[in-house]
Design a protein. Structure first.
Length: 95
């Protein structure tokens, strides 16, 4: 069953260019992952420090494999260091 992953990040506006660079790097790797369907990155209008990534996967197992991968975790560590806090994840299944 396919799943939707919502990834929430809070980043100071001054760090948006670096975050954008890291997210592009992450996305280019994600596109090559088995089970990846689609995704988009959104910035909140009333709070530009909040960004959400909406990522769709064929299965939770394929998402989990990507989530645990060394290449994803290396970029994610850079993102979390930039944010000064951990990224938030929520996994949803379609009803």
């Amino acid at each position: 069953m396919s799943v939707k992953i919502l990834i929430k990040r809070h980043v100071p506006e001054s760090d948006h260019p670096k975050l954008t660079e890291l997210l592009h790097e992450m996305r280019s790797l994600t596109l090559k992952q088995p089970g990846y369907i689609s995704g988009q990155t959104l910035q909140r209008i009333d709070d530009p420090t909040e960004c959400i990534v909406d990522s769709n996967w064929r299965s939770k197992e394929e998402w989990d494999q990507w989530f645990r991968s060394q290449e994803r975790n290396a970029i994610q560590a850079e993102i979390d260091a930039l944010l000064g806090r951990e990224t938030e994840y929520a996994v949803y299944e379609y009803l």
